[in-house]
Design a protein around this ligand. Sequence first.
Ligand code: SF4
Ligand code: SF4
Length: 187
Amino acid sequence: MAKQKNYGMVIDTRVCVACSACVYACKSENAVPEGFCRDWVVQETEGAYPRLRMENRSERCQHCANAPCVTYCPTGASHYSDGTVQVNSSRCTGCKACLAACPYDARYVHPDGYVDKCSLCKHRLDEGLDTACASVCPTASLNLVDYNDPEGKAEKMMAGKEVYRQKEHAGTNPSLYWISASNKPGA
Ligand code: SF4
Ligand code: SF4
């Protein structure tokens, strides 16, 4: 029997050029309404003058393995699926308990009254496709991974590099790993 999928992403900030192609691809693929987004790009300056460096990051829901949004959702609308966290809009009452619980500010209330966020394009993954954002990223900063993949793509990508996850102290066990810009030559 095939092993269950355990999807996530390895995001290489060294090569992100902050073009926002991922944001527009997501908006188009998932019909994200005007004024809202499921993913976004952050630009952060690190270090002290004159040794400064810029880290560009495409951010989204972290698809936490211990997700407070799932824990606090009173209707079961927020749920786990193959390592991702999904929202069943027909079960969502728009109570916003998940918005308050999420440490990553990854959710928004859709104008139609339910809560929405990145689904890791689960509808595409189920068809054997890549996420919309990763499929258009011109620099391969965004990498869909399956942590149960026996080939170990995620482990190979991260080997020997400075890697982090966001807000580890929150205990959410996120499925997104970030290859730090500090790995850039000369950083
Ligand atoms: Fe960065 Fe790729 Fe998104 Fe462009 S498409 S902002 S390079 S992650
Ligand atoms: Fe839930 Fe927020 Fe974690 Fe996404 S990032 S799974 S919305 S707690």
